[in-house]
Write a protein of this length. Structure first.
Length: 316
């Protein structure tokens, strides 16, 4: 099996190389798809497991992904890998074999490596999923799948007289620090980003601006923060609380901007005053870890954590 995380694509004409993009992100599916700002102790009891947690693996499952050439991004990246039901059935049988024998069937490796509970959740989710797989970099479904076992990708480099692009294994690769965790609804829509383990940017709102927030989030995934800032600033001027909080999250983590704790505090406080519970999540993180101009303060951090909890957004 081609280790695509340790590989590159290369044009046979001009030798230009294409690294698989968005490798500093990791994705999860979440069974939570409600409007985060509408929770209360009445409709979302504190012992309910569907709230957003600081350690989100409690109610989320990791994505399976495959390499592709996204026709919208026009680059090498990743697509959701949606195994068909037959693959799940075969993987279920292989999981009963001793590990060494089971892993001779390389195509099922990712399914064999899942914990039993996660495998069961993946299977139940797959039974419900009817929408096409989406590019994890832009959210579009126009792509060319890359066969992990073939050098020939079936992709041509238009800028180089349509020269074929081939898979070339790279002798080195480093994931580095994964700064962004991405959480998707079961239908593949991006719900929120968890930046640097301390701040959340949410696209989950009933407001018509949801599509704009999601596009801003995808821009952050692509490490193209300028358009994300433009969108968030524009929506913030309209008083959209999720956008105000999103700006605070960027300055809190320094994701594509100069980190500024005081500016983050300004935006997050404004977002919380506008009723956005995610702002309380981020304020708790801001005081828990500290930032430029804002000292760590566990007492204040826990006070915001309690506010978030009362709003149904669980931190710890």
């Amino acid at each position: 099996m081609l280790n695509y995380l340790g590989s590159i694509l290369k044009c046979t004409g001009c030798d230009q190389q294409f690294n698989f993009d968005a490798a500093n992100c990791y994705g999860y599916y979440s069974n939570h798809s409600s409007n985060l700002t509408t929770f209360s102790d009445i409709n979302n009891p504190l012992d309910d497991v569907t709230g957003l947690r600081h350690y989100c693996e409690v109610d989320s499952i990791p994505l399976l992904m495959s390499p592709c050439w996204c026709l919208h991004c026009n680059t090498a990246t990743f697509i959701e890998r949606l195994p068909d039901i037959e693959q799940y059935m075969k993987a279920s049988a292989l999981r009963r074999l001793p590990p060494k024998k089971a892993r001779n069937h390389h195509i099922y490796d990712s399914l064999l490596e899942l914990e039993d509970t996660t495998f069961a959740l993946h299977y139940q989710w797959r039974l419900q999923r009817i929408t096409a797989p989406k590019c994890l970099r832009c959210g579009n479904s126009a792509y060319i799948a890359i066969d992990e076992n073939k050098k020939d990708t079936g992709i041509t480099h238009e800028e180089c007289w349509n020269s074929p692009i081939e898979c070339v294994s790279s002798p080195w690769f480093s994931m580095g620090h994964i700064r962004t965790s991405c959480y998707y609804a079961l239908d593949g829509k991006l719900n929120w980003l968890h930046l640097d383990g301390s701040a959340v940017i949410s696209c989950m709102t009933d407001h018509p601006c949801q599509a704009d927030l999601r596009e801003a989030a995808y821009a952050i995934i692509r490490k193209d923060t300028a358009p994300a800032l433009d969108v968030l600033q524009s929506l913030a001027r309209e008083g959209i609380s999720a956008a105000i909080t999103g700006l605070g999250g960027l300055y809190q983590t320094g994701m594509g901007v100069e980190p500024d704790g005081k500016l983050a505090l300004h935006y997050l406080s404004k977002g919380l005053a506008a009723g956005d519970g995610i702002a309380a999540v981020n304020l708790a993180g801001l005081y828990r870890f500290g930032a430029t101009g804002v000292d760590k303060n566990e007492e204040i951090s826990w006070s915001y954590a309690r506010i978030a909890r009362k709003m149904g957004i669980f931190l710890y």
